[in-house]
Ligand binder design. Structure first.
Ligand code: GDP
Length: 463
């Protein structure tokens, strides 16, 4: 480790203590004072400032520890390995003889949901060593099919010939099987998200804080390759925009989602987190313009944001939002707009969104593949990251906890806690699988429980 690293590490340690000295002193004092409201607000502002400084220092640690370049290289190498394994799987030497898996792109949902449907099929294919065949004629975003917009997921193997197709689950090893939607599977295979391949997991955790979404991002990377005409359209639109870093991406999902699958969130809820991002960034660099890329399906949001927040520069295209907001959503034009939005969100330094939206989740997955580790580069106003139809997602207790009131539950180190969500107030709700007790859990006493699955290791693809 470098001298700078050691000094910074000691500084973080000592400033964590300083934070406590400050809080305990100020709060004990304020107990006996008048004007509590103003004083507490002033203390909160000071705490926020100290927190920003601590986080900012800690962000610098991985840049100084001497492994910065190693992590970048390792992320590129593991990504490349996965992509080569997928190409190998998708282009068998003898297509006629290959075992296959059929995925029908006829799910009646939005693009993010359909893309995740293909991701699920591809993970299934990778886990069972079957070549994935995508049926997409009559696809709702482009009647001519997926391959008309994107490169096909195989260059050489796209037909099942005359082989009989059996619907999964099958009791024997059929040559060609067809997959149902993930939502309708009752016995879920253990390799489904958020499981990560056992042979790669220990490499991924050394550069990325959220291996499950990174792994899913690798599937998205393989699947989502725009054809030159679409890529050109995207590139040309970006060139006309003032898209520069630093920039924060905001995704605001409204219209049909609100009240059915997600709650309404006011623009100021998003902007609070944009402000927090820039306030922290400003500690280490000069920020002359606070730029925001705004993607939405609500045609009025962009104008509203510009009026309410004149101190920010908003980038975005109201015509894209307008198309996305209406019945014209399922057209090639709207697909181009959405891909532009996804592409740009994923290129932002930070994203504020609602992960209840598949669009938000795809943007984050793409961001994970764009850089070594994006696991701390977003804030979700609602759900934590998940994959629709996933297997149980647990946290594991890393510190013991004794319940202090009726709301929280006891923990022993190693307990698995099935989680409902983080409340972003220091607690989350969950069920301790050992005791079956449901209640609040101090989030800091738990860690994400990574599920490893022994996927095939594709030994004939060189490491
Ligand atoms: P979800 O419903 O938000 O979980 O995500 P889906 O992808 O399943 O369906 C939402 C659809 O609405 C998308 O596929 C888009 O067609 C459209 N949409 C939602 N948000 C945006 C956005 O920010 N930009 C654009 N261009 N379209 C969006």
């Amino acid at each position: 480790p470098t001298e700078d690293y050691e000094n910074l590490r000691r500084r973080v340690y000592s400033n964590t203590k300083e934070l406590w000295y400050y809080i305990s002193h100020e709060l004990s004092k304020v107990m006996y004072e008048d004007n509590k409201v103003e004083k507490i607000q002033a203390v909160l502002d000071q705490i926020a400032e100290r927190k920003r400084s601590l986080l900012s220092d800690q962000e610098k640690l991985p840049e100084l520890d001497g492994y910065h370049e190693w992590r970048q290289m390792e992320a590129a190498n593991v990504s490349d390995l996965i992509q080569r394994r997928l190409r190998h799987l998708q282009n068998p030497p003898d297509c006629r003889e290959a075992r296959k898996l059929i995925c029908n792109l006829n799910k009646g949902c939005g693009f993010g949901c359909q893309l995740h449907h293909i991701v699920y099929c591809l993970i299934f294919a990778y886990a069972t060593e079957r070549t994935l065949i995508l049926n997409s004629k009559g696809w709702r975003y482009n009647n001519k099919g997926w391959d008309y917009v994107f490169y096909p997921i195989s260059d050489s193997c796209t037909s099942v010939y005359d082989d009989k197709v059996i619907q999964w689950p099958v009791s024997y090893d059929a040559k060609v099987i067809s997959l149902p939607f993930i939502d309708s599977i009752s016995q879920k295979p253990k390799f489904l998200p958020l499981a990560v391949p056992k042979d790669l997991a220990h490499r991924i955790v050394r550069f990325n804080g959220d291996p499950a979404s990174w792994w899913i991002g690798q599937m998205v990377k393989f699947i989502l390759k725009p054809r030159p005409s679409l890529q050109k359209a995207i590139n040309e639109t970006i060139a006309k925009m003032n898209f520069k870093n630093p920039i924060v991406g905001v995704h605001i999902r409204r219209t049909d989602k609100v009240g059915t699958e997600a709650a309404f969130h006011h623009i100021h809820e998003y902007m609070t987190h944009v402000k927090a991002y820039y306030d922290q960034l400003q500690l280490t660099r000069l920020v002359d313009v606070r730029r925001v890329y705004l993607a939405t399906d609500d045609a009025n949001v962009l104008e509203d944001a510009r009026t309410k927040y004149p101190e920010y520069e908003f980038l975005g295209d109201p015509s894209i939002a307008k198309t996305a907001a209406t019945h014209r959503r399922y057209t090639p034009l709207s697909l181009t707009g959405l891909l532009l939005d996804l592409h740009l969100l994923a290129r932002c330094d930070y994203i504020v969104c609602t992960l209840s939206s598949q669009v938000g989740r795809v943007a984050y997955e793409m961001m994970q593949t764009n850089r070594v580790d994006a696991s701390d580069s977003f804030f979700s106003l609602d759900d934590i990251y998940y994959f629709g139809g996933q297997n149980a997602h647990d946290r594991v207790a890393v510190l013991p906890h004794t319940a202090v009131d009726t709301q929280d539950i006891a923990l022993q180190v190693g307990d698995l806690i099935g989680i409902a969500g983080n409340h972003w107030n220091g607690y989350g709700r969950g069920t301790n699988k050992r005791t079956n007790m449901n209640g609040l859990v101090p989030w800091y006493k738990t860690a994400d429980h990574l599920v490893l699955y022994p996927f095939p290791e594709y030994k004939n693809v060189p490491l």
